[in-house]
Design a protein around this ligand. Structure first.
Ligand code: WT7
Length: 652
């Protein structure tokens, strides 16, 4: 335990270390700490020279770049003067190399329908669709919203935009018509690509109906292309709406990739900001493509024979970077799944892994905690021996959830890459290289090549070992966001003002004595108990290490004496909530962390409020913990319909 006047108290006593097995390391590209360190040191000794070589070796250039990096703070340009095309790198490069027959996607719909698409198949469909987009009058630089289920046509639509220089904005298929309209309007989108519907837990989500409501409020949108997926009623508007199958029917499969400037925008992806206004994170062409490709290869130690499955939706950055642009640039074979993990049964993921012999699984802590809650018997029914590597993204993973993932899913033989990054960073920033860096449960370990993290105190000085501080990135990197769509001032203000010359991530982190980073949650979520600043994840991890607990969320609420008191919201595995358990949990936290972190309030709930992408919304819980609606002390089980409703109104 350590304290710092400027820093955040570190109370997590996690000491387990899991080096990669001989077997794993012997086949890995980077197979020792020394190999990692040599790569890392080479990268930071001359960052520009490092990325220059990476870009020349790993991107196809129609025209070479003349300047590696231009910095007009905080506006970056990478690989200036170069021309490339991301769809070319993802498709043509493989087809031209004689690898067109490789499977790009083993796709599975929720009802069990299946399709296999090779790289040549995807190339052909992308070309046809690009030609159709041109016929609709779309021109380089135009914005296109995409609101679709997880079918192959979603990556196809993204790549078709990239091929001819249209800027896509993928909107997660669970969003409301207001959210779609806000995004259409902010980006001034000219086209919306959608589907009649998508499958979710055995039901059809009527996407076209939601899209129609959004289009009523989206004056910039001139056309709507509709994929027929579920064959439900879909009201089509004459002159505006066209069916996907109709417009591609007579299109040629010949469509040259448009040479794009390195710094042309590739996509906008909206994330939630603290204000209601959608925040369009803008990524560009060459730097993003390079960063997605190389981080994919480094972190997942990707080999030709791997079957990679990232369970994210293409509506999130994880799907952009680690389904579409990274893996496809690397020519990976992937599994793509449309539906829910618990349909028709809670073993759907394990069944898919067994059937396709998935070797790398990349999923989120929220899913892992759900699997734990659903029970081991679902896992035990299946042969998961094809797995060799596991990944986690989106939130911190509590050490006990990490251990379950490691033992139960990975059979104790698969390293876990806990990947820390953000929509803004474009790709993974910190993660083990699995053959080189021993894992510690709950730590994202070390920075990737070219990435220079630093944890700063309130005084903007680097905090000491094991002290938490504001996590910043000291040097620009090719995958970084280039701005917020239409709002340079907000970009500057949010990421580059509080700490001069550093990218402010908004997270807190500490570095341990081995140089490993531990993410401590969002800066705004820190709980201040009697002047001691505690990170939410540490209190939560202590609770999750109790056998009765499935999930926990910790927040601060005002307290006259301590400044803030700790309120925790807990979901249980198969236990009955009662006073005895409440006392047992307090005792458990006292033992794991100490008296300081013992929760003042413990509320049991059947579910926690989460964002659409699965992150616990501590902000909402903070309101409830300090709010007017009952003390939560009288009934053991809260009814969280209020939260459920709030959740359905909330964006990512
Ligand atoms: C925020 C970014 C990264 C793609 C999906 C989420 C949290 C993400 C981790 C991790 C601890 C993590 C951070 C980050 N986060 N990965 N491995 N350990 N926290 O992208 O929606 O832009 O969210 O998610 O707080 O800042 P995003």
């Amino acid at each position: 335990m350590s304290t710092s006047p400027a820093g955040i108290r570190n109370v997590l006593n996690e000491t387990r270390v899991f080096p990669p097995s001989e077997q794993f390391a012997s086949k890995a590209e980077f197979n020792s700490m020394a190999a990692y360190e040599s790569l890392y040191n080479e990268s930071t000794a001359d960052i520009n020279a490092f990325w220059e070589k990476q870009a020349r070796d790993h991107i196809h250039w129609f025209e070479p770049f003349h300047t590696t990096f231009e910095w007009n703070a905080p506006f970056a340009k990478w690989f200036v003067g170069g021309k490339t095309n991301v769809a070319f790198n993802c498709l043509d490069a493989h087809v031209l190399a004689g690898r067109g027959d490789r499977v790009a996607f083993h796709w599975e719909g929720e009802p069990g329908d299946k399709r296999t698409l090779s790289y040549s198949d995807v190339h052909r469909e992308v070309c046809k669709f690009s030609n159709a987009l041109k016929k609709l009058g779309l021109k380089k630089g135009d914005r296109v919203s995409i609101y679709m289920p997880m079918v192959p046509e979603l990556p196809i639509a993204m790549l078709a935009c990239a091929r001819i220089g249209l800027i896509h904005s993928v909107i997660f298929g669970g969003f409301s018509s207001e959210a779609i309209a806000d995004r259409n309007n902010d980006a001034q989108a000219k086209l919306l690509i959608t589907a009649d519907g998508g499958w979710r837990r055995g039901k059809v989500l009527n996407l076209k109906q939601t899209a129609n409501e959004a289009l009523e409020k989206s004056p910039s949108v001139e056309h709507c292309i509709v994929l027929q997926r579920t064959k439900n009623e879909a009201a089509m508007k004459e002159g505006r709406d066209v069916w996907w199958h109709d417009i591609v029917a007579n299109e040629s499969s010949d469509c040259p990739a448009e040479p794009m400037d390195s710094e042309d925008s590739l996509f906008i992806l909206y994330t939630s900001g603290s204000t209601g206004k959608p925040k369009g994170i803008r990524h560009t062409t060459a730097g993003y493509n390079l960063y997605a490709k190389r981080t994919f290869q480094w972190v997942f130690d990707h080999k030709d024979e791997d079957i990679f499955w990232c369970t994210a939706d293409c509506g999130w950055i994880t799907g952009h970077s680690y389904i579409v642009y990274g893996p496809m640039s690397a020519g990976a074979t992937q599994v793509l799944y449309e539906g829910a993990p618990n349909w028709p049964e809670e073993d759907r993921f394990w069944e898919i892994i067994e059937r396709y012999k998935v070797s790398i699984l990349y999923t989120a802590p929220t899913a892992i905690r759900a699997f734990i809650k659903w029970g081991d018997h679902h896992v035990d029914k299946h042969d998961l021996s094809s797995l060799r590597l596991l990944g986690s993204v989106g939130e911190g993973i509590n050490p006990e959830a990490w251990m379950w993932y490691f033992e139960k899913i990975g059979g104790g033989r698969c390293p876990i890459v806990d990947t820390w990054w953000q929509t803004e960073t474009g790709g993974i920033m910190m993660s083990p290289l699995p053959g080189a860096i021993p894992c510690k449960p709950g730590s994202c370990t070390r920075p990737l090549p070219g990435i220079v993290p630093v944890a700063l105190g309130e005084d903007l000085q680097e905090v000491g070992v094991d002290h938490g501080g504001m996590l910043c990135i000291a040097k620009p990197w090719p995958g970084m966001l280039r701005g917020i769509w239409g709002d340079d001032a907000r970009y500057q203000e949010q990421y580059w003002t509080r700490v001069p010359n550093h990218y402010l991530t908004g997270d807190n982190a500490r570095k341990d004595e081995d140089g490993y980073y531990w993410i401590m949650g969002r800066i705004d979520d820190v709980i201040n108990v009697s002047g001691h600043r505690l990170s939410t994840i540490e209190v939560e991890s202590a609770l999750v290490s109790h056998p009765a607990v499935a999930e926990a969320a910790a927040v601060g609420r005002p307290d006259e004496i301590k400044g803030q008191a700790i309120a925790v919201f807990v979901t249980l595995k198969n236990h009955q909530p009662d006073e005895a358990l409440r006392e047992a949990l307090k005792k458990h936290v006292r033992k794991e962390i100490g008296a300081l972190a013992v929760p003042d309030d413990i509320r049991f709930t059947s579910s926690l409020p989460k964002t659409r992408s699965g992150k616990i919304m501590r902000r909402l819980l903070r309101d409830i913990a300090s709010g007017k609606e009952g003390t939560g002390d009288t009934s053991t089980l809260e009814d969280f319909t209020v939260l459920a409703k709030l959740r359905s109104d909330e964006e990512s």
